[in-house]
Design a protein around this ligand. Structure first.
Ligand SMILES: Nc1ncnc2c1ncn2[C@@H]1O[C@H](COP(=O)(O)OP(=O)(O)O)[C@@H](O)[C@H]1O
Ligand code: SF4
Ligand SMILES: [Mg+2]
Length: 347
């Protein structure tokens, strides 16, 4: 059976005055109905451009220069723009990072949720109102009838993000793309919003692509993880395997930089150095200048993404020439007592 979403070898370039910026470079991924996948990587790794390419919402002058996007096995990349837009908007919705700028400040939140049911799905005013209240209830907004009449600035950040999710649901999508949906929220509210997304995934068999720079957020919700660096996927696999046994030094470094919630002082370690300039990529592995394990060979070819282990059904892939030395990588922070993933991943 076809996956809900399959992306093969997707590449996006942004032509600039001083050259071409290779924002997304040969990304492949798959989402099944009812499955949450996570995409993680530092700022600038191409996560947002990749998501926007999936929805056909690329900023000017970015262009898809290769690859394919299949929805339920049907290729949408080659469709005429109008048909592609219709196919995508029918099946896919997006939740944005900043609900305050994504929402209309002068329109009641309930009316914003009711817009699609009223105007696109052709419901009567009363039915669209009832649908909006029902959606608000399904994303855990208390007293939805009363909050229907609120303006965005009258709600907390967490409530606004729930409104953003309700708007995304109003088109009855099968796939939700969420771009850093909890980054602006504090940790407790973050967990509540992730819980809403996770419940919807389970109850409505929604596919979910959760994008974050924060591995802790991804690990709470996603069963499979894709790690992006410099526009590429450098490691992917089942969450448990990837977090417990990273096979790429970048994933390894990201794991080391997650603060330990049990530590008395939260210290966010950062990975030394900067990601490469995407208009002038070095030959060889793009992580080499920052990699603690780089050897001469690493600067000679960009390592292909290859299967390294198979746990259950999900193959773990790594784009590191030296993945097979991972068992000997030294702990960069305190060694853990057990062999379990540091972050307590989901199944
Ligand atoms: N509208 C734009 N014009 C030019 N460059 C852009 C634009 N949007 C993103 N970029 C560049 O594309 C790369 C990927 O960006 P982005 O997808 O936003 O990264 P992320 O979401 O992972 O932080 C970055 O180098 C960024 O500077
Ligand atoms: S290929 Fe070499 S430089 Fe790149 S991540 Fe692996 S060890 Fe580091
Ligand atoms: Mg982004």
């Amino acid at each position: 059976m076809s996956a809900l979403l399959e992306v093969h070898d997707l590449s996006v370039d942004i032509p600039l005055r001083h050259g071409r910026l290779h924002a997304v470079r040969g990304v492949s991924l798959r989402v099944e109905a009812g499955e949450a996948i996570g995409v993680v990587g530092e700022s600038g790794s191409g996560k947002t451009i990749m998501l926007r390419a999936l929805l056909g919402l690329l900023p000017q002058p970015a262009r898809i220069i290769g690859g394919s996007i299949l929805l339920d096995g049907v290729e949408v990349t080659g469709m005429p723009a109008g048909r592609r837009h219709a196919a995508l908007t029918e099946a896919v919705s997006m939740v944005f990072q900043d609900s305050l700028t994504a929402l209309n400040p002068v329109m009641r939140v309930g009316e914003q949720i009711a817009e699609v049911p009223r105007h696109r799905l052709g419901m009567s005013r009363t039915a669209a109102h009832a649908r909006a209240v029902e959606l608000m209830d399904s994303v855990g907004i208390p007293e939805p009838e009363r909050r229907y009449r609120a303006y965005p600035h009258e709600l907390s950040g967490g409530m606004r993000q729930r409104i953003g999710i309700a708007i995304a649901l109003s088109t009855q999508p099968r796939l939700i793309l969420a771009d850093e949906p909890t980054t602006a929220l504090d940790v407790t509210i973050q967990a509540q919003v992730l819980d809403v997304l996770d419940t919807l995934r389970g109850e409505q068999q929604l596919g979910l692509v959760l994008v974050s720079h924060d591995l802790a957020v991804i690990s709470q919700t996603c069963s499979r993880i894709y790690v992006m660096y410099a526009g590429r996927v450098v490691e992917s696999g089942g969450a448990w395997a990837l977090l417990g046994h990273p096979r790429h030094p970048y994933t390894y470094a990201l794991l080391q930089s997650v603060p330990d919630p049990d530590a008395p002082v939260h210290r966010l370690l950062t990975i030394p150095g900067q990601p490469p300039d995407l208009t002038a990529l070095p030959t060889g592995c793009p992580f080499a200048p920052r990699c603690a394990f780089a050897k001469t060979a690493c600067t000679q070819e960009d390592p292909p993404l290859v299967p390294v282990t198979v746990t259950g059904e999900a193959a773990q892939l790594s784009a590191c020439l030296r993945w097979d030395t991972a068992a000997h990588w030294p702990q960069w922070s305190e060694p853990s007592e057990t062999d379990e993933p540091k972050l307590g991943a989901t199944s």
